[in-house]
Write a protein that binds this ligand. Structure first.
Ligand SMILES: NC(=O)c1ccc[n+]([C@@H]2O[C@H](COP(=O)([O-])OP(=O)(O)OC[C@H]3O[C@@H](n4cnc5c(N)ncnc54)[C@H](OP(=O)(O)O)[C@@H]3O)[C@@H](O)[C@H]2O)c1
Length: 318
């Protein structure tokens, strides 16, 4: 059977999920957009969801909202974590290791995009690379052993943006001090997240570990992403685009990540790239699509791994 044939003409949908009772999923960034929808779908199938959000007040509102939509008995909680602050990521991982004995999947969903001017995280990284890549890289490293004991998965939420910009990593100026550009920097941060997942797969295999890692993207989905961090112009453009059929709902945008967290592993291909497969991959049936070779360039993936280890101050044992 090919990587896609079992999903049929309509592609993957949550109808494929039976019960998720007894499963626990961690999702970063669930206050809006695809993360919120993924939490809602997983809870609706009986799973426990541990959300990781920086804003505790917003998270409390999200918990109330989810309980109202899915049921008062839903097992949903929040661990405070700001991906723009590595100390906060370390504290969150410590709390998770105390509270969550088994992790079926960690979904790296949170992001900022197209930040108009260069901004730095608390640790001095350019903000899009810092939040989207370095923050998640550290979180995954700190939870790796627990994921391994759980035979769990890491799901990286990437973007079609990885095909834009320089299509590589600008190692000589990781903070983009010389040539900051909102789109190119976002594209590179999403490419870095993908390279992390593909490199992790190779290391897991070589070390005989039990974690699987997958990459998806939500196409073009009506979420708060551009509204939250983009420029005025990008907000206007995306706002207009969102009124057309070129943009799908946030719920459909969540299908890829929910699929990679729940579908039996024998039906998935780790080296693939999953998401909507209609026009320009904006909307349409969710299944595997071609991944451009630059996202799996081994020399760049290995170099990025060691640069990332140095940046976050953590050396993996694989
Ligand atoms: N929407 C699209 O068309 C599209 C296209 C390609 C890829 N994506 C990807 O899809 C994923 C989900 O984004 P979305 O579209 O659903 O956007 P969204 O509605 O803006 O959701 C982003 C989430 O990330 C959280 N977040 C931002 N900065 C954070 C930080 N420093 N620490 C912790 N959480 C943080 C936000 O929380 P706050 O409420 O605290 O800000 C929010 O919950 C992202 O990885 C994005 O790159 C989206």
């Amino acid at each position: 059977m090919s990587a896609n044939s079992q999903f049929g003409k309509q592609g993957w949908t949550p109808a494929r999920i039976d019960s998720l009772a007894g499963k626990t999923y961690l999702i970063t960034g669930t206050t809006s957009g695809t993360g919120f929808e993924a939490a809602r779908i997983l809870l609706g199938k009986g799973a426990e969801v541990v959300m990781l959000n920086r804003n505790e007040q917003k998270a409390a509102g999200v918990i109330a909202d989810l309980k109202q939509r899915v049921g008062a008995g839903s097992k949903v909680s929040n661990v405070k974590m700001d991906l723009a602050d590595l100390a906060s990521v370390r504290a969150a991982a410590e709390e998770i290791l105390t509270k969550v004995p088994k992790i079926d999947a960690l979904i790296c969903n949170a992001a900022i995009a197209q930040v108009p001017q260069q901004q730095l995280t608390k640790d001095g990284f350019e903000s899009q690379l810092g939040v989207n890549h370095y923050g998640h890289f550290l979180l995954c490293s700190l939870l790796f052993d627990r994921l391994n004991e759980s035979r769990g998965r890491i799901v990286v939420v990437a973007s079609e943006g990885y095909k834009m910009g320089s299509k590589t990593i600008q190692f000589d100026d990781m903070n983009w001090d010389k040539n900051y550009s909102p789109n190119a920097v976002y594209s590179q941060s999403k490419l870095a997240q993908m390279m992390f997942a593909y490199e992790l797969q190779d290391r897991v295999k070589a070390a005989g570990k039990q974690v699987t890692a997958y990459v998806c993207h939500p196409g073009a989905s009506a979420t708060s992403l551009i509204e939250n961090s983009g420029s005025r112009m990008s907000k206007i453009i995306f706002g207009l685009m969102a009124k057309t059929p070129l943009v799908q709902s946030a719920e459909k945008g969540a299908y890829g990540q929910v699929m990679l967290a729940t579908e039996p592993t024998e039906n998935l291909d780790q080296k693939a790239y999953y998401g909507p497969t209609g026009f320009q991959n904006f909307t349409g049936p969710v299944r595997a699509s071609e991944v451009a070779p630059h996202a799996q360039d081994k020399v760049t993936m290995e170099r990025l791994w060691s640069v990332s280890e140095k940046a976050v101050g953590f050396t993996w044992n694989i």
